[in-house]
Structure formats: structure tokens, C-alpha cells
Design a protein around this ligand. Structure first.
Ligand code: GAP
Length: 466
């Protein structure tokens, strides 16, 4: 994990937020490559689940919704986590996690049993044993809004806006059950402990779908199909599927309205933990919003006007930051390079400049890679090479996310592009301008190089990057 965190900072993917002020409680900024990577993951998700499907439409609702929405959903009264403080060192813990760590027991939801279990147990931070009672904390961030009496909340999940706009969508678009509404956006949770880099933060992004079905429909095959689609998506964005496992919530742990909930868990460097979830939520959400708002949120069957019902919902919910972390963990590779004498990886005319024999590569699938092609002049002080390389960059950047780089030597540039996961590098050398009007194209994964006519480069990359 340390290697990934360090690479993310060094290469402009993810920075600790507000570092010049000493940081802010496990918050992060996505740097230039991280922001592009995140956008590529969002775009891949939107394309797969919205643009390529006839049965799903998109939505972009507000972060601050009417406070009644969260009363109806149960968040105002019940979106709580249990916390406990060490009175000696003042460190705060999430009580259920701490009890599990110290006693191996899963006592989530039972405050008094957790307080009891911690008696005599030592604080992992200071070694003393002086605990407060275990108590709950509502995880929604409160704020104020002019013209509204009482608090309003930053949404703790994107799903809320989807239920609120369900009626608008069925009234304005020709959707027929089964259909889904998808949304990507920020969510906020005042987590008791934010940790493990971008795995658990207080501000994060979700990509959620509410998939509305007829309550009498056979939902189990659909549920299975959704799980497979979720796994398929992760494979497409480069997450190692061998490190993903399904975890079904036990009947005792299920919310009262849920018929089935399955998480996909990923083997992160710090252990196996949730990546995304899929839940059958019955008609709980729409019924609750209908009750609190007074609106009629029933659906009328277009083939039978007498058939009116509140649809049930399947909810595939993805955390964008966790998806990005799983992508990074799967892409991170350290490779021992064969010695140049063996004509191996560094044996090519340009690659042999590199001195160390281990290279770090982020092996992103090309469609996810923040930069697709880097263009270099062999030497930065030869205007003819620089002009030619800039000309190629200008042409390629129209269709691909490209970078022009003339810093340091070519070996160092390759090393840098490997570390940001760029699938292809194009080098302009003297032969390009004096002999064959071809450039060297170097493949990130094989490190093989081939000469390609400059005029053919757009078509060549269209093929390679499709
Ligand atoms: N609407 C359902 C819902 O919000 P959830 O399991 O609480 O379900 C869905 O959250 C996903 O959001 C999780 O699987 C995870 O990927 C992501 N997520 C939740 N809390 C997070 C946090 N504090 N930091 C980063 N991602 C988080």
C-alpha cells in the first residue's frame, strides 16, 4: 500500500488534501492523472450502464435535497455508527471495528454488549484501558440553507435523488418497467474513522443505479445478472477478477426491507474489504418517499391500466474511489528487467538508457489509462526533432489523450510514462526527419519497439486503442 500511495503522490495521481496546512483528516485531492483516471472510469461506467442500455436512463440530482427525503429514508434517525473514545489518549474508534479487532466478536448494533466487551481491553493507541460508553453518531453532514428552517444535509448517498425524481422520469421519458435510473456524484459521510487511503473517506463519489421491477417478477435471475454485470465492469476497467469475491449478507444482518444483499469484496493490500454492493430493497424507498411527500409514486402498467403498483428495486451501488483504488492495486506491477546484453527489455536502441533493473509499471487497460500516447523528440536541443514531434503531438491529440515530453533522456521519459501507465510512446529521431518519415512506437507492456510511418500513426493507434 505504501508503494501505491507514494507512486500516487510522486506521479500526480492523488495528493493528501490541503497539505500546505498539514492535511485534513484523511481527505485527498485527485491530481492531473488521478482526475483523468477517475473520469475514464466514470465514462466507462456511464457508457456501459447508461449509453449502451435501452433500459437505463441517467440523472444528475443535487447534493442538498429536501431534509424530508432523509427523514423518509431513515437516515435522519438511523444512519448511525457506534463510536467509543479512549479517555486517556482521546483517540476515537469505530466501536464495532475495535471490538472485532480486540475480541474477535461481531457485536455491531448492540451498544451495551460492545461497552461490556471493551472492559479491561487495552487501547491500541496508548495501551491504557479507560473507555467511554459506546454511543452512536449520525453520519450525515449538517449545514444550513437560506430560506429553509432547520438543518439540511449533504447527501450520504446518491440514491436519494433518484427516488425523489422517479415520478418526473416516468412522466417525461418513455421508460417501461423494468428500467433503471443511474447517477454518478459526490456523497458525504462523517465517518468516525476515515482510513486506508481513499478506501474510506468522508467525501467520496458513488455510481448508483436504482433498477425498478414489477413486484411479482422473478427477481432472482435479474439479481444474478446484475452481479455478473458488476463483475464484468470491474474486469473491463482492469480490476483483477481473481481478487474479487462475493459476500452475501446473512439473513440476521439484512435490513428489514431487503430480500438479499451481496457485496463484491476486493483483496486490497490491507485486506479483503467491500468494493461495491447489490441489494434488493423491495418497495421500501419509493413507499417511504410517497408516504412522507404525499405524492403518488405508483407505476401504471402500460398494458393494463388497472395494474398499478409501487415497483420493487434492485440497487447496484459502486464506490468510484474504491473502484479506482482496486484499479491501481491491480495495475501496479514491478518488473525485473533482463540485462541489455540479453537483448531483452532494455536491449532496444532507446530503452537501454535506463540504469536500474526494476521498472514500475501501471498496466491499465488502454481505455482507462490517463494518457494514451506520449510523444518525444529524441533530443530536446535539436529544433528539427522538437518541431516534428510537436507536429505529431498536435495531430494525435485530436483523437487521443496525449502528452508531449522532452524532459531528461528518453529512458527516463519511458520510465515516467510506465509509472503513469501510458500504453504507447512515440519517439522522433534523426531517421524520422532525414530518412524514412517514420517514428519509433514503444509498447508499455512488451517494451517492443517498431517503426511506423508518421502518416500512418493516427490509423495505427485507432486500431491499437479501440
Ligand atoms: N445506496 C446504497 C449505499 O450507499 P453503501 O454500501 O453504504 O450503499 C455503496 O455504499 C458504496 O459506496 C460502497 O460499496 C463503497 O464502494 C462506497 N462507499 C461507502 N462509504 C464510503 C466511504 N466512506 N469512502 C469511500 N467509499 C465509500
Amino acid at each position: 500500500m505504501e508503494k501505491i500511495v507514494s507512486l500516487c503522490k510522486r506521479r500526480g495521481f492523488i495528493f493528501p488534501a490541503c497539505e500546505i496546512y498539514g492535511g485534513l483528516a484523511n481527505a485527498y485531492s485527485y491530481g492531473p492523472y488521478g482526475a483523468q483516471l477517475k473520469k475514464n472510469i466514470k465514462d466507462a461506467w456511464w457508457k456501459k450502464f447508461v449509453e449502451e442500455r435501452a433500459d437505463i436512463v441517467g440523472l444528475d440530482g443535487p447534493i442538498i435535497l429536501h431534509p424530508k427525503v432523509w427523514e423518509a429514508s431513515g437516515h435522519t434517525s438511523g444512519f448511525n455508527d457506534a463510536m467509543v473514545d479512549c479517555k486517556a489518549c482521546k483517540k476515537r474508534f469505530r466501536a464495532d471495528h475495535l471490538v472485532e479487532e480486540l475480541t474477535g466478536q461481531d457485536l455491531e448494533g448492540n451498544l451495551s454488549a460492545m461497552s461490556e466487551a471493551l472492559q479491561g481491553k487495552k487501547c491500541p493507541a496508548c495501551g491504557k484501558s479507560d473507555w467511554t460508553e459506546v454511543r452512536t453518531l449520525n453520519m450525515m453532514f449538517k449545514t444550513e440553507m437560506n430560506g429553509i428552517e432547520g438543518p439540511v444535509y449533504l447527501r450520504p448517498e446518491t440514491a436519494g435523488a433518484i427516488f425523489v425524481d422517479f415520478k418526473n422520469v416516468i412522466d417525461s421519458c418513455r421508460v417501461k418497467i423494468p428500467f433503471g435510473i443511474a447517477q454518478i456524484g459526490k456523497a458525504f459521510r462523517n465517518e468516525i474513522v476515515a482510513r486506508n487511503f481513499i478506501f474510506r473517506t468522508r467525501e467520496f463519489e458513488q455510481m448508483e443505479i436504482e433498477y425498478f421491477i414489477d413486484p411479482s417478477a422473478d427477481w432472482e435471475p435479474l439479481f444474478e445478472k446484475w452481479l455478473s454485470s458488476q463483475e464484468e465492469f470491474f474486469t473491463e476497467i482492469g480490476v483483477n477478477i481473481n481478487n474479487i469475491a462475493r459476500f452475501e449478507h446473512s439473513k440476521e444482518k439484512l435490513s428489514h426491507y431487503s430480500r438479499k444483499t451481496v457485496d463484491l469484496e476486493f483483496e486490497y493490500p490491507f485486506g479483503k474489504s467491500e468494493l461495491c454492493g447489490l441489494a434488493h430493497r423491495g418497495d421500501f424507498d419509493l413507499s417511504a418517499q410517497a408516504k412522507f411527500s404525499g405524492a403518488d409514486l405508483q407505476y401504471t402498467d402500460p398494458n393494463d391500466n388497472a395494474k398499478r403498483y409501487i415497483p420493487h428495486v434492485l440497487e447496484p451501488s459502486f464506490g468510484l474511489d474504491r473502484a479506482l483504488l482496486a484499479v491501481l492495486c491491480s495495475a501496479y506491477t514491478e518488473e525485473k528487467l533482463p540485462p541489455p546484453s540479453e537483448g531483452g527489455a532494455r536491449g532496444g536502441s532507446v530503452d537501454k538508457i535506463t540504469a536500474e533493473d526494476v521498472r514500475i509499471v501501471l498496466k491499465f487497460p488502454p481505455k482507462i489509462a490517463p494518457i494514451k500516447i506520449a510523444v518525444f523528440p529524441l533530443l530536446k536541443n535539436k529544433p528539427a526533432l522538437v518541431d516534428k514531434a510537436k507536429g505529431i503531438f498536435e495531430i494525435l491529440k485530436k483523437n487521443f489523450t496525449c502528452e508531449f515530453d522532452d524532459n531528461g533522456n528518453v529512458g527516463k521519459r519511458y520510465r515516467r510514462q510506465d509509472e503513469i501507465g501510458t500504453p504507447y510512446c512515440v519517439t522522433v529521431d534523426f531517421d524520422t526527419i532525414e530518412k524514412d518519415d517514420s517514428a519509433t512506437v514503444r509498447d508499455r507492456d512488451t517494451m517492443q519497439q517498431e517503426r511506423v510511418k508518421v502518416a500512418d500513426l493516427p490509423k495505427y493507434f485507432e486500431e491499437k486503442l479501440k
